[in-house]
Design a protein. Structure first.
Length: 666
């Protein structure tokens, strides 16, 4: 049996390869993975069970084992020129490169996560010195390690400590790899068995016999961070949405549409599944994914089983179907990071029901892992901004509509007017006065210096935020223009003649109350009141619908239009009666944020809101504090009636308690 030779540089290719592999495996599996796991453990547990976290860890161990092999091989190849000098020089150069590179990797990761732990533990909101200190530390370490490597190459003498250490760590990492293989194989076997036991989607195929023979095409367009009150369609003072206004003149416009959450991942999950966030539990920043049958319980898969061809064009990288692992789309166009390695891992993980998002986030967190995994943040963001251009998104949508065979279901999710509010030059200063010149990217850099991580700001910054709001309006005017061109094109092509067109948003955007953008604990109207426009085939007259509806109602409505009753696993209620001239069923509408996001230091809790008739209640569950508003007399939610309307307060609190009864705690 080959073993490391204590006290001398490895003398054979086998010894050298073993040392290189063991050293990098130690850095990845026993340093980087535990550091990152401890840092984000609470978020991982909030997104899934302890068993699932363990299985994902096993998958990560196997990924890092492969990476360690790649790194050891790469170092051996890079050092090949030393082979021209002598075998001894080559062996020493490979050993020095591995020791130096691994040492730098080890030191910088420990230092980096140390700083992050200081931030998190002491709830520090701005450590301005962290970046320069970390960079300086990295430079000093690099100089020291390069000096060591040069000294080692040209001087005799060698400490056996590193060799001995690599051998001892090899025993542990080898055992971890074996356990991980067994865990992954067992999980894959269970997933395969589970799939073999379920061949149809409950509540859809069974109801297919009663389905209508007429099946129109369905196009669902969702905008990111589009707040209804900022649209001229909903009475805003500025003409921000002339083309959506035009669409509304020949469509149903719902005046009280509520998002299921105040940020993207939970709200889009609810929109597609008809389930509330506390049911689907896809509430985290990427760690939460659909698993088992949940992957199939969505409107795309239901329509697919009803004979529809399905496609999705998704510009938001936080809710790529491949990332959240939701089934049902025959064709998906989504943002892909510039890393073939991660794309391959993503495909493998999706098939085996593991998550690669943790790997992606870990790569961005680690100061050196991003270079190992091919994740350059600048390259990634440049490609993301290019991909999320609404002009290319809608151009792709038109091409897909031309190509797909009817009946088809197409979902298009575009990024604007989401931050950082970058309208086309044609729309710059449409609403923001020239004397209020604003560079949006510089503005967001300035925002970062004055805001806490939970996106709050002081009253003295409101004039500055007001400028950002006008830039948001210009961004909205820009994407409205792009959508208008898309609408003209598909109408000219005849693609809307037999198509149900739905337009909505995932959530709103805040520029008031000392809170900027979205997410976080608040569920005020600016964050959850979103548009909904529905144009039926051949419809020429518009109608306003005052009844309240929500994200979870969209999927049941689409099935109802096809004559398919709502499956038991959907929690929403169809409002298709309103699309036939009838009344919408009356009932409470829920919105919530059950996300556990590490940066929301003061609100690592759950918030839920209910809208019933003219009243709205917002409850911060961890603090047992609720606010009550009358939306008819106080649409801006400025006067809390909790102490004045005791009976209404008790009734609304009862609605929330009934909604939460029997729901999962996480």
């Amino acid at each position: 049996m080959h073993r490391f030779t204590t006290g001398r540089t490895p003398q054979t290719a086998w010894e050298l390869g073993r040392f290189s592999f063991a050293w990098w495996l130690f850095n990845f599996v026993l340093v980087l993975l535990p550091l990152d796991l401890l840092y984000r453990l609470q978020s991982l547990l909030d997104a899934g069970s302890l068993l699932q976290v363990g299985l994902d860890c096993a998958f990560m161990v196997l990924v890092f084992t492969l990476l360690a092999l790649v790194m050891a091989t790469a170092v051996a190849v890079v050092c090949l020129p030393f082979r021209l000098i002598s075998s001894k020089a080559y062996f020493r150069s490979v050993f020095a490169a591995n020791a130096g590179g691994g040492g730098l990797f080890l030191a910088t990761n420990v230092f980096h996560y140390g700083i992050r732990w200081v931030e998190k533990t002491f709830r520090l909101t701005d450590i301005s010195w962290a970046g320069p200190v970390e960079t300086g530390f990295l430079v000093v370490m690099a100089v020291c390690i390069v000096a060591y490597c040069l000294f080692f190459l040209f001087k005799t003498g060698f400490s056996d400590a590193l060799t001995r250490f690599a051998e001892s760590s090899w025993k542990l990492t080898r055992a971890m790899a074996i356990v991980s293989v067994l865990a992954v194989v067992s999980h894959v076997g269970y997933v395969s068995y589970e799939r073999s036991q379920t061949s149809v989607l409950p509540g859809v195929v069974q109801n297919n016999e009663a389905a209508s023979t007429h099946r129109p095409n369905i196009v669902l367009v969702t905008f990111d961070a589009l707040r209804a009150s900022e649209m001229s369609l909903y009475g805003y003072s500025l003409k921000t949405t002339p083309h959506l206004d035009r669409l509304g003149q020949s469509a149903y416009v719902f005046d009280n549409m509520y998002s299921s959450c105040n940020w993207t991942v939970p709200s889009l999950s609810s929109l597609l599944t008809g389930k509330h966030p506390f049911t689907h539990n896809v509430n985290g920043v990427g760690y939460s994914i659909f698993r088992g049958m949940d992957k199939d319980e969505n409107i795309a898969q239901a329509l697919r089983l009803l004979g529809y061809n399905t496609a999705a064009i998704v510009a938001n990288h936080l809710f790529m179907p491949s990332q959240v692992q939701i089934n049902g789309f025959d064709e998906v166009v989504e943002f892909e990071p510039p890393s073939a390695f991660l794309m391959l891992l993503r495909d493998i993980a999706q098939e085996l029901e593991f998550s690669t998002v943790w790997l992606h986030d870990l790569a961005e967190e680690s100061p050196l892992a991003d270079s190992v995994l091919g994740l350059s943040p600048l390259a990634t963001m440049d490609r993301f901004h290019e991909f999320s251009d609404p002009r290319s998104n809608f151009a792709m949508a038109r091409d897909v509509m031309k190509r797909l065979k009817s009946p088809f279901f197409l979902w298009v999710h575009v990024m604007p007017p989401h931050a950082p509010y970058l309208p086309d030059k044609e729309f710059l200063y449409t609403f923001l006065p020239e004397h209020g010149v604003l560079d949006t990217l510089e503005a967001f850099n300035e925002v970062d210096t004055v805001m806490f991580p939970q996106s709050t700001y002081g009253r003295e910054f409101q004039p500055f935020i007001d400028k950002l709001e006008l830039r948001y309006d210009e961004h909205l005017r820009f994407v409205d223009d792009v959508f208008g061109q898309f609408l003209d094109d598909v109408e000219h092509d005849g693609l809307l003649d037999d198509t149900v067109l739905m337009v909505s948003a995932d959530h709103g955007e805040s520029f008031e109350r000392g809170f900027l953008m979205h997410g976080g604990p608040y569920l005020y109207q600016e964050l959850i009141h979103v548009p909904l426009i529905v144009k039926m085939p051949g419809q020429t007259e518009g109608k306003r619908v005052a009844s309240a509806v929500s994200h979870v109602d969209l999927a049941p409505t689409l099935l109802d239009l096809l004559g398919v009753s709502t499956p038991d696993w959907m929690e929403g209620r169809s409002f298709s009666a309103a699309l036939r001239g009838g009344d919408v069923p009356v009932g409470p509408k829920l919105s919530m944020n059950f996300s556990l996001i590490d940066n929301w230091f003061d609100f690592m809790s759950k918030t839920i809101a209910v809208v019933q008739d003219k009243y709205k209640m917002i409850c911060y569950l961890a603090y047992d504090k609720c606010e009550l508003y009358n939306l008819d007399t106080d649409p801006g939610e400025t006067t809390d009636l909790a102490d004045k309307e005791k009976e209404i307060y008790a009734a609304m609190k009862g609605e929330i308690q009934r909604a939460l009864k029997g729901k999962p705690a996480s």
